[in-house]
Design a protein around this ligand. Structure first.
Ligand SMILES: Nc1ncnc2c1ncn2[C@@H]1O[C@H](COP(=O)(O)OP(=O)(O)O)[C@@H](O)[C@H]1O
Ligand SMILES: [Mg+2]
Length: 246
């Protein structure tokens, strides 16, 4: 489904990703964990071509882009983005649109789909994330947990092959984290392919098929969650997990 090979990404002099290779199978939930600054967000942004790596390749679905110092073409960017939907830490809903308009906007304007059909689907998606009552509200009238669930519905509206999440619960008050994780768990159960950057280790243990531990721009260790958390192989992983326990 996704194949990342030998990816390098720098900002100026600073190398932020070094030789990253990761694959994600269809229906798999991959959680990315690691200390702040290890390159997790940059990696997700590369997957959606919000950043351009200098080297390596990314394949999603049947599209492959090889990076060699050139910007990808517009066509390549839109082809790759068709396959993935992104959910950000800060929700990024359009404030001037209602919840249902937020969900329906891209399918209507970008995919040029039939408006009535899209609105019906949007209503279904909002039901699925528990927001049936809130379709016609504006984002500012919602709690953070509701906004993030609306953002998930919006990403799903494009029918992406893979959903990318960047710390989707870290901007939320603690009592609102559970409702967002519950929606994500349901998606996992339905077989939605997901790559999730998270600090929620219990969630990762429960939901991930595999966990990737990153540090200093490198993949340190990848394993099934029960093995990575209970029996880490690398010192760097052990140190990270020990620090979390305090
Ligand atoms: N747009 C940018 N310009 C310059 N440096 C950046 C930019 N984005 C991220 N960085 C740097 O890249 C490193 C990795 O950042 P990031 O991918 O956000 O890590 P993480 O998500 O794991 O905390 C950090 O040192 C950060 O300061
Ligand atoms: Mg980050």
């Amino acid at each position: 489904m996704i194949e990342i090979k030998d990816l390098d990404k720098s900002f100026g002099e600073q190398t932020v990703l070094r030789n990253i290779s990761i694959s994600v199978n269809q229906g798999e939930v991959l959680c990315l964990i690691g200390p702040s600054g290890s390159g997790k967000t940059t990696l997700l942004r590369c997957l959606n071509l919000l950043e351009t790596p200098e080297k390596g390749s990314i394949s999603i679905g049947d599209k492959t882009i090889t990076f060699q110092g050139k910007q990808p073409t517009k066509k390549q960017v839109s082809e790759i983005r068709r396959y993935s939907g992104m959910v950000f830490q800060g929700f990024h809903l359009f404030p001037h649109l209602t919840v249902i308009q937020n969900v329906a906007e891209a399918p209507i304007l970008v995919q040029k789909r039939n408006k009535q059909e899209v609105m019906e689907e949007a209503r279904e998606l909002l039901k699925k994330v528990g927001l049936s009552e809130h379709c016609d509200k504006y984002p500012e009238q919602l709690s953070g947990g509701q906004m993030q669930r609306a953002a998930i519905a919006r990403a799903l509206a494009m029918k992406p092959e893979v959903l990318l999440f960047d710390e989707p619960t870290s901007a939320l008050d603690p009592e609102l984290v559970g409702e967002v994780l519950a929606v994500m768990k349901n998606l996992a159960k339905e077989g939605q392919t997901m790559v999730i950057v998270t600090h929620e280790m219990n969630f990762a243990k429960e939901v991930a098929d595999r966990v990737v531990f990153m540090a200093d721009g490198k993949v340190v260790e990848t394993n099934r969650p029960e093995l990575l958390f209970e029996n880490p192989q690398k010192d760097r992983t052990k140190q990270f997990l020990r620090n979390l326990a305090h």
